[in-house]
Write a protein that binds this ligand. Structure first.
Ligand SMILES: [Zn+2]
Ligand SMILES: [Zn+2]
Length: 271
């Protein structure tokens, strides 16, 4: 059974800094025994952060080749972070992460994940500056992820709070906020088996704690979801950043175990 794994990583095929092989070598030096690649899926919108129609085949080929190259040293898994506005799923994946960085607005699908200043402008433009209205639209979008296919892992559930430490534009203590979030968790229960405790925003300096927040973690626990720990890694130096903190949070929320992907599917291991 694997001791150390990260299934949410980005490389130079999308918006990550390092090549897949650089990521693997770093993972080996950090004692990982398995690693998953989850490039952002192809969609017709913002082109800079995702796989494009031309390099998708090369991504699949490269990761498949690296699986063989490093066989016996580290197990490599081929995945994707599938965006809500994608219309195409590649063949031959080992796992899929479902994510919403986009909301369908009056201008069609537009991403809100554009830095603190950009997010504020987005909320002003599409939601009249109302953070709760933004939250409602986001969680309603997340609730529809299973309509796009079968997913293993739900990505960074409360991603909209990424810049809330600095902007404070969403009152996450509001009963309405909690209602929108828990309605989405209810809608996803039984449809996506795992959610991630994602430490990526800490590594990049946006937040001081992982997604999801502790109170939302407890809601995932109550509804029987399994947890995986990831760092949403865009830079090899952060492959295992704050994993201990993620584990502590899961324990605080009442989880006794987490899940890892193996050659036989997802398996449960104690925290
Ligand atoms: Zn993401
Ligand atoms: Zn990601």
């Amino acid at each position: 059974m694997y001791k150390k794994q990260n299934l949410h990583t980005h490389c130079t095929f999308c918006d990550g800094k390092n090549t897949p092989e650089e990521m693997i070598l770093e993972a080996l030096s950090k004692g990982f025994d398995s690693l998953g690649f989850s490039s952002h899926s192809y969609h017709p919108y913002l082109k800079t952060t995702r796989i494009n129609a031309e390099n998708e085949a090369a991504y699949l080929k490269e990761i498949t080749l690296l699986k063989e190259t490093y066989k016996g040293q580290i197990d490599i898994f081929l995945g994707i972070e599938y965006e809500i506005c994608s219309e195409h799923t590649p063949e031959g994946l080992d796992y899929k992460i479902g994510a919403a960085h986009y909301i369908n607005t009056c201008d069609g699908f537009v991403t809100f994940d554009v830095g603190a200043e950009g997010t504020q402008k987005y909320v002003d433009k599409y939601f009249g500056g109302d953070g709760l209205a933004f939250s409602k639209a986001y969680y309603e979008t997340v609730a529809t992820i299973p309509e796009k296919g079968d997913f293993d892992i739900l990505a960074h559930f409360d991603l909209i709070t990424k810049n809330n430490d600095s902007l404070k534009f969403i009152d996450t203590t509001s009963p309405l906020y909690k209602k929108y979030a828990t309605e989405a968790i209810d809608a996803l229960a039984g449809k996506i088996p795992f959610f991630e405790v994602n430490t990526g925003a800490i590594a990049r300096g946006y937040r001081t704690s992982p997604y999801p927040s502790l109170d939302l973690l407890k809601e995932f626990k109550r509804r029987g979801f399994g947890a995986v720990i990831t760092s949403d890694c865009h830079d090899k130096n952060y492959l295992d950043c704050h994993f201990d903190e993620a584990r502590e949070l899961l324990l605080l929320a009442g989880f006794k175990s987490k899940f890892v992907l193996t050659q036989n599917g997802f398996e449960e291991i104690s925290l």
